[in-house]
Design a protein. Structure first.
Lengths: 664, 137
């Protein structure tokens, strides 16, 4: 019964969302609001029934058979509910309707809320049609088997159990940003008040997306066994593109909110972020890619997604074209100003998004042209990977970080370059010294040097700006700075840490494969690894081949036990690496295969990943900063009066916190 | 210091050993990172424990020792396995377009913005003091 109940609930949610969209776009008011909450509740209950089916191992449900097994631990039975195409689409619906309900419950009543609920209702209806008619998770089997086929064992991992919910909170969160943009365009008031009310949604979705991507990277690092955390795989790029556009959006929204400028560009980004989320979903789910994410290789599903993307994007662009002439240009500003710096930020981020998009899609388009015999097979097989993205993206990131402290310190409307640069001289000196030091240690690599240079510059520059904002109060006032300022500073410092970690890790990582027989040992980075042999260990639903390795460093010895797991049910294997954390980075040991021609000789892959925690920690700080900024914004405030700009109405009440050029 | 380690590695690793010259080894490793392991799904040869990858690594080291340039090593693999094995797209012909377009886009964007913002640059603007009424940035 429970699957049928879930199915029914999904239809009820569809009906409620349809009502929400009609009422939201017409009369608005209380009814639309209630329907949005109802849609979310029906969807959540429907998801709950699916989770119950998975926990109870109801093998009459086709999805449970395909993705679960009686030997699977409880956590992964629950996560199994969204670790597949159909279940993850239901999760998508839960989150989409959930955003609508949060808006219905907490947004100030008015036309903006009503229209946004209406558009969100339309998107939810579209998602439910896709779910119910081409990806239903509730299909029953007439002849249920005794046991399931199990979950892809690579996905049996805590980080990856949480990765989809966070990723979707980000990805699908862009849908509400889209709805706000469409609502603003329908109402014809893309103004400062609109930007103020859109900003929390953009910040929230972007921060969740950051967490989701970071969890995926962490999982790749220790679960895939190759020690990489980012491979420029199309699946990764699919989530990185909306991230870049949303990062541009959270910055351009500042200009729109504070100064009323960049309004049409901001709306365009708000639409684009969700369109890229849909494009990413298409790339991952249409079967044009093979990866752990491509659960469903079904071209029809891909086509429908592409049509949905066309409808949503096309409608938004039509709205945009209709309203663009009415959008007001903001007040004048000098190119040398905070506005100017944020325009540059948007340029760098947009070019980054464009190059990731082109680098991701080009090989697929070429392959498609080759399959259609429009170009030769040689021309059709091209890979675009790490070297391309690294070399083209690095300058963009460097520019971003170079301008970051300047953007923080420059006043709105007009700034003086000279006092700004003079004031930032200490950070520049620290950055140059750090970069030279890193290059001296790391073998004079240019890439390494300039990654450290811009990273240290950004961190110290942001620190200097924090001190500047305390004014006369000094350190004691540091804790009294507004939460938004702290959020910005933490996210920006996180970005600096991330860039330092990423460049050092990429430039100075060492890896080596050693074929070892028991008793033999290998040395790397001051560590000695003595291989003692392997033994077979039984897990709950796998059989592990576990190596015992005595790792010696500085006279201390400890046992490391990397494993290879084989899952009989799904006939797949995974690697469980052994990681020894040190202050400067990770020693990473993975157990490879037994040699073909020599019994008892195993390949061990040993790697040193310097500053790897800076990569993940930096990403975590970026998300934390975003969330802090979001929380600071949740307090209710009086709406901005349309004509008067408060920045001009109350000039210079607190001089020390004014932009640097202003006080100079 | 290096001598005993090499000796140990030679003894421990009869099949795969790093090159004695660290700069050659670094070059070899960076080449391993940008060539695809053809029997794996989406991995460079540097990271795979598959036999194909082991052979590829040995071949890369051998060629580096014999004095081949980076592009000669890449070409060796591309002529045998196709452009598909190189994660670095070609830099000639149409590939130039791919490599050049981000920078062209950046330059174009800067030019358009520069023209729009600096021509008719407004005069006599005063900096706006920051609004610190609680909402900061």
């Amino acid at each position: 019964m429970i699957a049928e109940l879930g199915h029914l609930l999904a239809f009820l949610a569809l009906a409620a969302a349809a009502g929400q969209s009609v009422l939201g776009l017409t009369t608005g008011g209380e009814a639309a609001r209630r329907l949005a909450v109802a849609a979310a509740m029906f969807t959540a209950l429907s998801m709950l029934t699916l989770i119950i089916s998975f926990v109870r191992l109801d093998f009459s449900v086709a999805l449970v058979v395909a993705h679960s097994h009686s030997q699977k631990p409880l956590l992964y039975r629950i996560a199994g509910a969204w670790g597949n195409h159909e279940g993850s689409m239901l999760l998508w619906c839960v989150i989409m309707a959930g955003y609508g309900a949060v808006a219905a419950l907490f947004m100030r009543a008015g036309k903006l809320r009503d229209r946004a609920l209406g558009v969100q209702g339309l998107l939810t209806v579209g998602s439910f049609l896709y779910l119910l008619f081409v990806s239903s998770p509730f299909t029953r089997l007439i002849d249920p088997p005794f046991d399931g086929k199990g979950l892809n064992p690579l996905l049996q991992d805590p980080a990856v159990a949480l990765h989809p919910p966070f990723l979707y909170l980000g990805y699908v969160g862009m849908s509400f940003v889209f709805s706000m943009a469409a609502a603003g365009l329908i109402n014809g008031n893309i103004d400062r008040e609109w930007a103020r009310r859109t900003r929390p949604w953009a910040l929230g979705a972007w921060s969740f997306l950051t967490v989701g991507i970071a969890l995926g990277a962490i999982w790749a690092y220790y679960e895939l066994g190759w020690g990489g955390w980012w491979f420029w795989d199309p699946v990764e790029n699919a989530s990185f593109m909306p991230w870049l556009v949303a990062a541009a959006l959270v910055h351009s929204l500042i200009v729109t909110e504070k100064r009323g400028g960049m309004a049409s560009w901001t709306v365009f980004l708000a639409v684009l972020a969700f369109c890229l989320s849909l494009l990413g979903t298409f790339l991952v789910r249409s079967g044009v890619l093979t990866s752990v994410h491509a659960f469903a290789v079904d071209p029809a599903r891909g086509t429908i997604l592409l049509v949905g993307l066309g409808i949503a994007g096309g409608a938004a662009l039509a709205l945009f074209a209709w309203r663009a002439p009415t959008l007001k240009a903001g007040p004048e500003f000098d190119p040398v100003s905070r506005e100017g710096a944020l325009v540059l930020n948007n340029l760098f981020l947009s070019v980054s998004a464009a190059l990731v998009l082109v680098g991701t899609v080009t090989p697929m388009v070429l392959q498609w042209l080759g399959d259609a015999q429009m170009i030769s097979p040689e021309a059709a097989s091209m890979s675009i990977g790490e070297p391309y993205f690294q070399l083209t993206l690095a300058p963009m990131v460097a520019f971003l970080l170079l301008f970051m402290p300047l953007a923080q310190a420059a006043p709105w409307r007009k700034a003086e370059v000279k006092p700004l640069l003079k004031w930032l001289l200490p950070s520049a000196i620290v950055a140059i010294v750090a970069a030279l030091g890193a290059m001296a240690l790391g073998g004079w690599g240019v890439f390494l040097g300039y990654g450290v240079l811009v990273g240290v510059w950004a961190i110290f520059g942001v620190g200097q700006d924090l001190l500047r904002r305390t004014g006369e109060g000094g350190f004691k006032r540091l804790l009294k700075l507004p939460l938004t300022v702290w959020g910005m500073a933490i996210a920006h410092m996180g970005m600096g840490l991330f860039v330092i970690g990423a460049t050092v890790e990429t430039a100075a990582r060492t890896e080596q494969t050693f074929p070892l027989a028991p008793g033999q040992s290998a040395e790397m980075s001051g560590w000695k690894f003595e291989f003692q042999g392997v033994k077979i260990v039984d897990g709950p639903n796998y059989i592990a081949t576990r190596a015992d390795i005595l790792a010696t460093h500085d006279g201390r010895t400890e046992l490391l036990q990397p494993e290879q797991r084989s899952y009989p049910v799904s006939e797949m294997g995974t690697t469980e690496v052994a990681i020894r954390k040190t202050l400067g980075g990770d020693m990473y040991v993975a157990l490879g295969d037994q040699l073909r021609d020599q019994q008892n000789v195993w390949r061990l892959r040993i790697a040193h990943h310097p500053l790897i925690d800076w990569v993940f920690g930096g990403a975590g700080l970026i998300a934390l900063g975003g969330f802090m900024s979001l929380v600071a914004r949740l307090r209710r405030r009086a709406p901005i009066a349309p004509e008067v700009s408060p920045a001009e109405a109350t000039p210079g009440t607190t001089v020390p916190e004014a932009g640097l050029g202003a006080s100079a | 210091m290096i001598g005993p380690i090499i000796a140990l590695l030679l003894q421990a690793a009869p099949l795969e050993q790093p090159l004695p010259d660290p700069s050659q080894e670094a070059r070899a490793q960076s080449l391993m990172r940008e060539l695809r392991c053809t029997v794996c799904e989406n991995e460079p040869v540097s990271q795979s424990t598959a036999d194909m990858a082991v052979d590829a690594r040995r071949m890369i080291r051998k060629q580096v020792v014999e004095g081949a340039s980076d592009s000669q090593v890449r070409d060796f693999f591309v002529t045998r396995y196709g452009q598909y094995v190189a994660f670095r797209p070609p830099t000639d012909g149409w590939g130039m377009l791919l490599w050049g377009f981000p920078f062209a886009l950046l330059a174009g964007g800067l030019a358009v913005l520069g023209l729009r913002l600096f021509r008719n640059r407004p005069k006599a603007l005063e900096p706006v003091p920051d609004d610190r009424s609680g909402d900061g940035v």
